[in-house]
Design a protein. Structure first.
Lengths: 441, 441
């Protein structure tokens, strides 16, 4: 039986999961492929402190370049994370004609164009299912299942840390800071949580998905990105009363030849498929012009789930190697290189959504009409105004407003004017409402 | 640019959708493939009454064999439905070395083994994404994304007609017969609805999914199959009070080397992902040993959604034709032919699940203890007993019982004995409870 040797870079959480899966499912893989897939060698910076079942000690070392240049290694799995070293290793592997599988969203979001074109030049398959939404096969489905469909939008809950925190805040009525602390204690959030809670991780992932869905390079810096630090428990609670859930969403859609792509907390209708997904789970909702609305739900992280995506890619590449010497039949970025075209990203000002706003205003006659008057001046229609509770003449009460669709620019202008009113206190909350009509009932 | 010619058999709902999609997305497909995909010819029994955009009148006729033997046709899309003609056409296409795409679950469920081995012999790709769950890419994901994972279970809501009827019964409290009539008026149910509402359609689909997940031929007749005719509105309502939804589920799992596969109405916990899916939507939940629980939701039928799956398969096959002359890299049935092995199907008697039972019993002291005594004799543990309402000494009241896991055999024996008690009327309801622990929160 033909033997394919995998070289693994990085024996951390994901790397160990891959070793474990390849050992455990060896027979299943053979039944599907007729090929024996073995771990050829492993490079890890702390190799001396580690071991891997079925891998001789000599084949686990710190020699990354040795692995990348080893003619006996057929496929390289880059599982070290980070951007600079990962980029260098991936490019070297491709240059050596080795197909690459990676679980690394950062390196693809930042150096994707360089990596994609190197893969094309080398004619090597590049698998990166594990880079977005862990075990959910969204990369595969955007590259293949929806290859003949125009994607109207792709939106997801792509960061498990944020989803865990928001789910806990929703269920327990707890505030952000306390919930973050618990998440850190449970290992769901890093000691330095900025990468997750400020939306950076989600922006990397939606950049990759938008690239595949629309055939466009995506400039990370241009993605309007807002995290969840500013979310108050009270707004989650008011949102709930109104029939919504607060989620960190990442969304991309093509609109009149431009790309509306962004990451921010949003209120989603409670029947929206993304509203149903709690805790550390991930979900991606795709609307195809023909396929209609679809949702994919699963584990967005974790050793085993991520490993299953990595090994799924390996299996696919093994088929290529077996059948036609590894020549890739699929463009890495879903579109043929010369038919990709850069879509301009919509500036935040131009993005239009409905809004939820909570002011703190004096409970006096005439206040409501002054506030709604300002919205009217900026041509922003109001769907609902709710004053929460009653107060004395000089006390502030929460005033919750749901608007119809408005541009960020009009909203910021209206907001500036309203906050300068003497009856409104400077504290306020603003959330976009996302309601793409996706529902499954 | 290379040109690939599709031959379409059947210009009904799906066939017209495919013509429309291929015309509409021609440019997108070229940007992804670098190949022009055109409709070469169409065979339809009522060709004289039909037309297709972009297809010359002469190329739309009733000559099925002419199309199948036409050397200019590169791929055949079988969209006529039914089993005998479809089987003949598919085999003829494969014999002629043409890759085949089909949306036909019946022909695959009944003649799958013959068709799969013909495809292997011919070395031709066989696409059948559209045969199960319409636009949801579940065939692709079982064949590819989960190729390296052991599937613990695959379960789905695979029949939109049943799901529509049960959703309506749940929301409106209406009875089955009246709801079926509305479904027929709306076109969601056929004039002869047996194929859908008796679970036959769902059994065809789960047979295909089990085949892919476990590498086993599945004998349709051996699948315990029960439809939704017997469902009473009152049980849906009681189930709801208990925190469950009633759904027609199709499920397959390997258990100790045998296949537990069945189709029946079941009570699912309301947080179960399949519970969230209403109306004509379909959903498939897959639990992978490594990938963990996943759910896929989308449109299970309809011209455009089904066409998107058909054309997705066509695009994949075009890549094969472009790169290596159509030699299939993927076994049609996911496992290599000689590594498939037939799993014996668990007999209904042996299947173990928790149960919901509703009796109609006299409201007298001692009745509860007599009934629970019988369950005790058959070693069936009871989780909940609820008497619904009070009645006079000679009146019957509903008695709702939830059991722990029990075999169908014990349950039928207990049931027989209980129904022979003089305090219990012969009318009763029995529903299995499915609770595989899949939840995404």
């Amino acid at each position: 039986m033909k033997k394919i040797r995998i070289g693994i870079l990085g024996l951390g959480t994901v790397g160990s999961g891959v070793v474990c899966l390849l050992n455990e499912q060896r027979e299943l893989i053979q039944r599907r492929l007729g090929v024996e897939v073995v771990i050829g060698r492993i490079a890890d910076r702390s190799a001396h402190r580690k071991s891997a079942e079925g891998v001789p000690e000599d084949n686990l070392n710190t020699d990354f370049d040795g692995l990348l240049d080893d003619p006996d290694i057929d496929i390289v799995a880059e599982l070290i994370g980070g951007t600079e070293d990962a980029r260098r290793h991936i490019l070297r592997a491709l240059k050596n004609g080795k197909p690459v599988v990676t679980a690394n969203k950062a390196v693809l979001a930042i150096h994707g164009e360089e990596i994609f074109s190197s893969a094309e030049e080398a004619g090597c398959p590049l698998g990166f299912e594990a880079s977005v939404a862990g075990g959910i096969p969204i990369v595969r489905n955007l590259r293949e299942a929806f290859a003949a469909d125009r994607i109207e939008s792709v939106a997801g809950i792509l960061n498990g840390t944020c989803n865990y925190i928001l789910t806990e805040m929703t269920e327990k009525g707890a505030e952000f800071a306390a919930t973050l602390k618990i998440a850190q204690e449970l290992g769901y959030a890093e000691a330095d949580p900025a990468f997750d809670i400020d939306g950076v991780d989600a922006s990397h992932k939606i950049a990759i998905l938008a690239n595949l869905a629309y055939g466009t390079p995506v400039d990370l810096e241009a993605i309007p990105t807002e995290g969840i630090r500013g979310i108050d428990a009270i707004d989650i609670s008011f949102a709930r009363d109104l029939g919504f859930r607060v989620k960190l969403i990442a969304i991309a859609r093509e609109t009149e030849g431009r790309l509306d792509i962004r990451v921010h907390p949003a209120m989603l209708p409670e029947h929206h498929p993304l509203s149903q997904v709690g805790g550390v789970f991930n979900s991606v909702a795709v609307v195809g012009a023909n396929a209609g609305p679809q949702a994919f739900i699963g584990q967005g992280a974790g050793s085993a789930a991520t490993a299953s995506a990595v090994v799924g890619d390996i299996v696919e590449i093994v088929r290529w190697l077996r059948d036609n010497g590894g020549q890739s039949r699929l463009p890495a970025a879903a579109f043929l290189p010369d038919s990709r075209r850069r879509l301009k990203i919509l500036s935040p000002k131009e993005v239009r959504t409905p809004y939820y706003i909570r002011f703190s205003a004096l409970d006096r006659p005439g206040v409501l009409s002054r506030i709604s008057g300002v919205f009217g001046n900026f041509d922003i229609g109001l769907e609902t105004i709710i004053q929460k509770g009653r107060a004395g003449r000089d006390d502030h009460v929460p005033l919750v407003i749901m608007t119809y669709e408005a541009s960020e620019e009009s909203m910021q202008n209206a907001l500036g004017e309203i906050l300068s009113l003497d009856v409104v206190s400077p504290e306020y909350a603003l959330l976009r409402v996302e309601s793409d009509g996706t529902r499954f009932a």
